[in-house]
Structures are given as structure tokens and as C-alpha cells.
Design a protein around this ligand. Structure first.
Ligand SMILES: [Zn+2]
Length: 389
């Protein structure tokens, strides 16, 4: 849509406040004005009863609709991208899982291509390496046969394969060389996240001091809190760093969601889906990396019974977080938009509704169902097809 247009709704969740019965003027892909009434001679997409949220950003997602980032195929990434757009997601980090070295490099290479291409739905904001450099105790759905030593040469090969698109490397801080390699990675402006780990409080603290910036799906896949050994979980909760949260009501008890939101500021909580290829598909048997997973009632588990990612969508995670953690909806929304944008250092242009920012929007109805998704002013998904240009 190249011509300017207004989009109007009952509520707009702005960066600093909510606006009731308000409109956004979208011009040249940006939000050029937040206005109470649209100008008459400009098209107005009026969605009474709806709420306009900033476009959601999923920092940690493995797949959807039968496709997996590990397919190493740009067509798979395109299908994931379209599927995410239906759920209000405007940008995501394509996330790998532990597999062979060759498959990992191929997947990172394809992520690099996708990050430089226009996708059919949500934008590939980059890649997230979740794999290889973990330890056995909390491996979750990662095949430990492929775990390897953490070395500067290996991370450099991964960074090169992704051609500038790799944004996050996850690792277990108790691995040998963790501090040295963490410094090396963060020196290149790539984030280190700590996960699938049995690290102690002390080991985690050392990695955070070396530049690591938080915990991968906090509580899940890491040593839990003991009152004399707070572990990785205790460290990432108490230190000034980010945590990823899977708010599907399965991975974390509602009381834990509330506890996290009391300990961490909104900007330090990133709601993620951790969705796998079974997302958007019927229950059944699927593969995550090299492991078989069984999905029952939307819950994915390995044959050992470990949770294996999720089938969650981010717009549901937002509603769950607001309800289960007893927080304001606007805070939960920002945990899936502003916080991840801030994490990726793109908050000047993305992550919230503010004049001058990109028109990345997610419109939902009263039940939280996505009606429309807009990326840089372009309607990429509309439940009512006529509105899509
Ligand atoms: Zn994981």
C-alpha cells in the first residue's frame, strides 16, 4: 500500500500510553501520526472493537506448519514466516537446534540468505543458534550425541556461515572456555544467552560478567534454585540481564510467571514461543532436530518425557502472561515487542507504536485473535481477505 492510509480501532497500545478511539496515519511504511480523527480524503481502515498492538517479535522460534529452521531450506523459512504473520508476528530470529555440524552450518547459511530477502510474512531479523554447546543434565530436546567443545574457531565458522545474520549464540557457561568464547562473541556484537546448563550460580555469574546477556527460557533447561546454590536460574533472575519466558501455561506455573515479572523489569523479559514444526499442525509424531517428539494436546515431548519446545503462538503468550502473572496487558504486549526490539538494539525503529517508528502492527479482536498484521505499512495478513493489498 503506497498511498498513505489511516487505521482506526477502539484501543491503541502506544509506547507510553494507551489511546482510546484513535487512529494511526501510516505513510511511507512509518507511523507518521497518532490522531484522534482521520482526515476525510485519506483511506481509513476502520476496525471498531479491535485493539492495535505493536507487531510482535519472536526471538526464539524453531518452526511452524511442518517446517523447521533445520530443514536448511529457504522455502521452509518462508512458510514459517507466513505462518507467523497470521499470529501477529512481524519479525523473528530463526532458531537452530542441536544437530550435526554440517546441518547447523547449512541452516545458518540459509538464515543468512533469508535475512537478506523479503519474506512472504514476518521478517527474518536474524538467526539464533540454540545447539551444540550444551551439557547433558538439562539437555531437554537436544541430542547430546552432537554436543561439542566450545571453541573460538567453531563459533567463528558459525558467524561466517550466517553472513552477518547471527544475533544470538546460546551456550552452557560451565563448558570449558565459556568465559573466553563469550568475550569473543560479544566483542562482535552478538549476544550470548545461557541455557541447557547445569551451571552453578558462580559459573553463571562469571559468564554474565564476561558479557553474556541472559537466560534461555528461564527455569526450563537449567539448574533450578536451591537456597544454598541458586544455580543458573537464580543468577539470571537476580542479575541485571534478560530472560526468555515461555508463557504457555505448561512450561512454567502461573506463580512462576508472576515471580519473574516481579523480579524483572518489562524490558528484561522477552516472551518467546520456542515453537517447533508441530505448531499449527495436528497432534502426532514430529522431529525436532534429530530427535523424535510426540505431540499430545499441543504439548511436545521427547520419548524421555522432556518438554520439546512448544506449539505456542506469541499472541497467546501475551494474553497468558497478562492473566497468569497478573500484569497489565500493555506490559505483556511490550514483553513480546518492545523488549525483544530493545534486546536486538532495534528499538529506535521497531517494537512499539510511536510517531516516526516503522508501521509494524498487529491488530487483535476482543478475544485476542489476530485480525490483521502490517509490516512497514504493508498488510501481510488480513483475516478479512479483501483488505489485503
Ligand atoms: Zn531450548
Amino acid at each position: 500500500m503506497h498511498k498513505p492510509y489511516y487505521i482506526s480501532a477502539s484501543t491503541i497500545i502506544g509506547e507510553n500510553e494507551n489511546h482510546d478511539h484513535c487512529s494511526l496515519l501510516v505513510e511511507h511504511g512509518k507511523i507518521s501520526k497518532v490522531a484522534s480523527t482521520p482526515t476525510e480524503n485519506i483511506l481509513n481502515i476502520d476496525l471498531p472493537g479491535a485493539t492495535i498492538l505493536p507487531g510482535l517479535i519472536d526471538l526464539h522460534i524453531h518452526g511452524r506448519d511442518g517446517c523447521d529452521v533445520m530443514d536448511g531450506d529457504i522455502n521452509s523459512l518462508n512458510i514459517i514466516s507466513s505462518s507467523l504473520a497470521k499470529h501477529g508476528v512481524t519479525g523473528f530470529l530463526a532458531t537452530t537446534v542441536t544437530s550435526s555440524w554440517d546441518k547447523t552450518i547449512k541452516a545458518l547459511n540459509v538464515i543468512g540468505q533469508a535475512a537478506n530477502s523479503k519474506m512472504s510474512g514476518a521478517t527474518v531479523l536474524g538467526g539464533y543458534s540454540e545447539g551444540l554447546f550444551f551439557t547433558k543434565d538439562h539437555k531437554g530436546a537436544h541430542d547430546d550425541n552432537f554436543f561439542m567443545e566450545l571453541t573460538i574457531e567453531r563459533v567463528d565458522a558459525m558467524i561466517a556461515a550466517a553472513q552477518g545474520a547471527l544475533k544470538v549464540i546460546a551456550l552452557a557457561p560451565e563448558k570449558e572456555n565459556a568465559v573466553k568464547v563469550t568475550r569473543h562473541i560479544t566483542d562482535q556484537n552478538i549476544k550470548v544467552m545461557l541455557g541447557h546448563t547445569n551451571a552453578t550460580y558462580q559459573e553463571t555469574t562469571e559468564a554474565l560478567e564476561a558479557g553474556a546477556c541472559g537466560g534461555v527460557h528461564v527455569f526450563n533447561g537449567m539448574r533450578g534454585i536451591h537456597h544454598r546454590e541458586p544455580g543458573c536460574t537464580g543468577a539470571v533472575l537476580i542479575k541485571d540481564c534478560s530472560v526468555e519466558v515461555i508463557a504457555d501455561g505448561v512450561h512454567l506455573h502461573p506463580a512462576i510467571l508472576e515471580l519473574i515479572s516481579r523480579l524483572k523489569s518489562v524490558e528484561k523479559i522477552n516472551l518467546i514461543s520456542d515453537c517447533i514444526n508441530a505448531g499449527g499442525m495436528p497432534d502426532g509424531k514430529y522431529k525436532l532436530g534429530e530427535l523424535q517428539v510426540d505431540v499430545k494436546k499441543g504439548i511436545a515431548r521427547t520419548k524421555e518425557g522432556s518438554l520439546a519446545g512448544s506449539t505456542l503462538t506469541l499472541e497467546k503468550a501475551v494474553i497468558n502472561m497478562a492473566k497468569m502473572a497478573n500484569i497489565e496487558l500493555r506490559d505483556a504486549v511490550h514483553m513480546a515487542s518492545f523488549s525483544p526490539a530493545h534486546f536486538l538494539n532495534i528499538e529506535k525503529t521497531k517494537g512499539s507504536i510511536k510517531e516516526g517508528k516503522d508501521a509494524d502492527l498487529c491488530v487483535v479482536d476482543n478475544n485476542g485473535e489476530v485480525l490483521m498484521t502490517i509490516i512497514e505499512g504493508e498488510i501481510v495478513y488480513s483475516k478479512n481477505n479483501d483488505l489485503k493489498n
